[in-house]
Design a protein around this ligand. Sequence first.
Ligand code: MN
Length: 208
Amino acid sequence: MSNYYPFINTPLPYAYDALEPYIDEKTMHLHHDRHLQTYIDNLNKLLEENPSLQQFSLEELLTRWCRLPQHLQVSVRNNAGGVFNHRFYFDSMKKPGSPCQASRLFGEMSLQFKSPEDFKSQFKEAALSVFGSGYAWLVSHGGRLKIITTANQNTSPLNSMTPLLTIDVWEHAYYLKHYNVRAAYIDDWFHVINWEVVEERFLVSLGL
Ligand code: MN
């Protein structure tokens, strides 16, 4: 059960070099094997020291953190958030090139953002607006699509919205290949989105 303590770093759902040439192999190694691993190790240590939290799933920790004793709140939010956000980000990508099937989602995007292309430019603008570390998200809020951003390892509000897609815009996600040019990383990242997975999440949010 990778969703409960002790958490394990599940392998990427594709090879480390699968996202080339858009996201490089070395970045994926460092990002998954070191950055995500550190959040997993820290979360396990925190739960080892606080056994009463071990009954909660990753998502439960993230919907309950603000009701936990104050001295635990920030560590739970940061470390459980770091695990959730990274897994969600990695699971939202796939090897580029295959045709994408996400007709229901793209239809909804056309209604709410004018077109999938307009969605892209609004999403890019949001991802560029994150100051320092954080994420941009596409979420479903009762079936309505929304673009939101979060700082650091905060998670999109899981009790009121269903996350559909996210991009990590912390520099470690792109610095080796794109240096300081976040916009180029975002443009490349659009090529490796796993739209089938995003569509599935959207359908679940509609209760389908
Ligand atoms: Mn990251």
